[in-house]
Design a protein around this ligand. Sequence first.
Ligand code: AMP
Ligand code: ZN
Length: 135
Amino acid sequence: MKDCNCIFCKIANGEIPSATLYENDEFRVILDLNPASKGHSLVLPKDHYANLFEIPEDVLGRAAAVAKRVSTKLADGLHASGLNLVQNNGERAGQTVFHFHMHMIPRYESDNMKMSWIPGKLTDEDKDEILSLFS
Ligand code: AMP
Ligand code: ZN
């Protein structure tokens, strides 16, 4: 399941060189080319899935396990004081490469990064609508 026009398919499968931190038969972990912080890295599956909605649950589970292992090593080795695990789906959510990936972004006391939103208020109407989806 490769998409021959997809840059992350090419990187994940070694057709385009990358700064690789970890690789197994299913995933490649690379340094982001435009890092938000020192150590910003990406977990890429070698098979092509556009986003969270396409990736099978078992593959996602193994991707999360890889992210945990690499995040731990990055955070320890770079003496980070925190780490954001970020995963964007769809243009509106900030996705720019439409091949599933997880961002690992180490955080430092002195970083200028912002990952914020304005907290809203949960309305009864929204709560009922959303809860009804799961009942
Ligand atoms: P997203 O906005 O969630 O789709 O994230 C895409 C990420 O891929 C961005 O952080 C880019 O900096 C990164 N990126 C794009 N092209 C490359 C590349 N050739 N090698 C490494 N990282 C890349
Ligand atoms: Zn792809």
